[in-house]
Design a protein around this ligand. Structure first.
Ligand SMILES: [Zn+2]
Length: 325
């Protein structure tokens, strides 16, 4: 049994490849962070090396190989991740040398390379050599948030699986049934997750993330009543921790999009449902034009940060375009 929630088309596609014996040597799994790329890759690695395949469905989840892969202790299944935000050439060289050797216990040697966009140019070029002439027993499973951040020569040698966000109901049901989250909390987390089950599960087990959300929404509320000096100071503070900025922008964007919905009194798609009253009150205070303009400003800022613009400058421009109370 595959333990993957949702992404049924991708599971079906991989199952058909297994059944027909026509498994590609490289797959590229793309999609937003915490959407289930690593889970899918690990399940596929289990299906490839499951020892119980003759009797039932692969992966069985019970045999020694399936259990070792789940615990990260199978010698033929390697998970390769960047160190301090970067995949290095040494990691790819090690892969290249090891991949040439026969599997020790399984049918296949499987390399799961996470966040391929973090690869240095040298590392990407080194991996390309393995992709160009993969040993017969090797399967490479690359993950990345977007394929356009990778070398086209790498993308073209992989079969693409682009994972999309899950439906809110799917996330909510999984949280309740598999992780025992109560219904109200599961509904809120499902909406906040934007269809990313991994995020929802992480938050359900870590109160600090929701506390940070609370803090960031309160700060925004305060900034609405503050002037230029406080706003620029806030932008400066925030830019000292550039990794936190995208999450904050994402949260604010969800809030201002909700304001558009609240203004048109269609609450169906509202994400921040636990704060419906605050949304309605704030929606009355701004014109639709003001809200739309700030949604656009948030989108533009997020885009600029993704494309390596100066964090402080981007945040300053954004904060100054925040409407006044
Ligand atoms: Zn098994």
């Amino acid at each position: 049994m595959w333990q993957v929630v949702g992404h049924k088309w991708a599971v079906d596609l991989l199952n058909r490849a297994l059944a027909s014996g026509r498994v590609a040597h490289a797959y590229l799994l793309t999609g937003p962070p915490q959407i289930g790329k690593r889970s899918l890759a690990l399940n596929f690695a289990q299906a490839l090396n499951c020892l119980d395949g003759n009797n039932g469905e692969r992966p069985c989840g019970q045999c020694l190989a399936c259990r070792k892969i789940a615990h990260g202790s199978h010698p033929d299944v390697q998970l390769i991740e960047g160190e301090r935000g970067s995949l290095k050439i040494d990691q790819m060289r090690t892969l290249q040398h090891e991949a040439a050797l026969s599997p020790l216990e399984g049918r296949w040697k499987v390399y799961i390379i996470r966040q391929m966009e973090q690869a240095t140019a040298e590392a990407a070029n080194c991996l390309l050599k393995t992709l160009e002439e993969p040993p017969a027993h090797v399967i490479l499973l690359l993950t990345a948030s977007r394929s356009d951040a990778l070398l086209p020569t790498i993308v073209s040698r992989c079969q693409m699986l682009n994972l999309r966000p899950l439906a809110n109901e799917t996330v909510q049901r999984a949280l309740q049934e598999r992780w025992g989250v109560d219904a109200e909390r599961a509904q809120l987390l499902a909406r906040l997750s934007g269809g990313r089950l991994g995020w929802a599960v992480a938050v359900s087990q870590n109160d600090a993330i929701l506390a940070r959300r609370e803090k960031h929404l309160n700060e925004m509320k305060e900034l609405l009543g503050q002037g230029r000096v406080e706003r620029l100071e806030y932008a400066q503070q925030l830019s000292r921790n550039p990794e936190a900025a995208p999450e904050l922008l994402h949260l604010w964007l969800s809030w201002w999009r909700d304001l558009l919905l609240a203004a048109s009194e269609s609450s169906a798609g509202i994400i921040n449902i636990d704060r419906k009253d605050a949304l309605s009150a704030q929606a009355r205070r701004y014109s639709l034009g003001q809200v739309r303009d700030f949604v656009e400003a948030l989108r533009a800022a997020a885009w600029r940060l993704e494309h390596n613009a100066n964090t402080r400058l981007t945040l300053e421009v954004l904060l100054l375009s925040l409407p006044n109370n």
